[in-house]
Design a protein around this ligand. Structure first.
Ligand code: KG4
Ligand code: ZN
Length: 335
């Protein structure tokens, strides 16, 4: 008998639902919330309201597209955390109600584990990473280096002490007048710019931890000074600024991952999270001269999506690792 899992993701500003059959994606729908663009960042209160509007149509569409009847679902998997509490509450409450209505088990999922385990979705990439591997979660809210010995044997061995890598792309992009989220635009503009044109100071942080707030402040000060000298500085130099900023961020990440490889002796590097579709990161880490092998998820499984939640749900279902209805959303939820 095939196993059908419905995954529901609502940790930030995307409402997503997906149906998997034995780890294979039958549907994966994402409703993006355009409303945040005009505010230059995610407004939590608006995100929760939009989730409430979107969740029923998105789940319905996911089941319809999967071409199954909801009674065929074996379990409901939902994002328990980390994320925005109001957003998580919408997805978790809805999932619990649906599991009660359908009388199927409920499975809670850690969003950051899901970003890494997305690689085990059948069509995520041509080659599956072998354990142990070094997981790298890079998103709008996280920057972590994770020692992954098995599906659910994960330990964070390095993380950012302040801003996340995606936040750095977004905030520096905003300083250049780029719209939210600026990460993809910085990436796009970088291709037209000279990455050596401007130099930004890299942080000195011990061990495998990161810090991006100094880079963000330095970048801000730099462009403010330049604008004082030439008021059109931003419009003239946007592409060069984007390319130089992106190179600095990639350099910081590359140095830390090399240290992680040296420290652990593990040579499989598995990326997850929205920033892992950055072309500068992919080029540097996919280079044949590296003494490690990098795995990147297919584009649709990099940013927030419910297929990765359903995948973790499926892995937990195989272990009969079910949750209970008392378990609530957790804004802070460690891997
Ligand atoms: O994983 P995700 O969808 O949501 C969070 O859990 O945060 O990641 C979103 C982040 C945003 O900061 C966005 O700007 C960034 O991923 N991002 C990128 C690129 N595509 C998305 N950053 C740099 N380059 C990209 N191509
Ligand atoms: Zn995410």
């Amino acid at each position: 008998m095939p196993t059908y899992i419905l995954g529901i993701e609502s940790s930030c500003d995307d409402t997503s639902a997906s149906v998997l059959c034995d780890g294979k994606v039958l549907s994966n729908l994402v409703a993006n919330q355009e409303i945040h663009k005009s505010y230059g960042g995610v407004v939590p209160e608006l995100a929760s309201r939009a989730h409430q509007q979107n969740i029923i149509p998105v789940v319905n569409q996911a089941i319809l597209k999967a071409n199954i009847d909801k009674k065929q679902l074996n379990a409901i998997a939902y994002t328990r955390g980390p994320g925005l509490l109001g957003s998580l509450l919408v997805g978790s409450s809805f999932s619990k109600s649906l599991s009660m209505g359908l009388e199927v088990p409920i499975i809670e999922v850690n969003h950051m584990q899901a970003h890494l385990l997305a690689h085990f979705i059948e069509d995520c990439n041509t080659e599956k990473p072998e354990f142990p591997f070094i997981g790298v979660t890079i998103s709008g809210g996280h920057t972590q280096i994770v020692l992954v010995k098995d599906y659910f044997d994960m330990k964070v061995i390095g993380e950012t002490l302040d801003d996340a890598i995606g936040e750095t792309f977004d905030k520096c992009g905003k300083m250049m007048g780029l719209s939210y989220p600026a990460g993809p635009l910085v990436d796009k503009n970088s291709k037209l710019g000279d990455a050596e044109k401007f130099k930004f100071t890299k942080p000195k942080v011990a061990g495998l931890n990161f810090s991006f707030s100094g880079l963000k402040t330095g970048f801000h000060r730099f462009i403010e000074n330049k604008i004082r000298e030439e008021e059109n500085f931003l419009s003239i130099e946007t592409n060069n600024l984007c390319a130089s900023l992106q190179k600095t961020i990639v350099d910081i990440l590359y140095e830390k991952i090399n240290s992680a490889v040296q420290e652990t002796g593990i040579k499989n590097i598995v990326f997850g999270g929205g920033v892992s579709c950055n072309t500068g990161i992919i080029e540097r880490f996919k280079n044949d001269n590296n003494n490690f092998k990098a795995f990147f998820p297919k584009f649709e499984y990099t940013t927030d999506n419910a297929a990765m939640i359903a995948m973790v749900g499926y892995l937990k279902y195989l272990n009969s690792d079910f949750s209970n209805l008392k378990e609530g959303a957790k804004a802070r939820y460690k891997i």
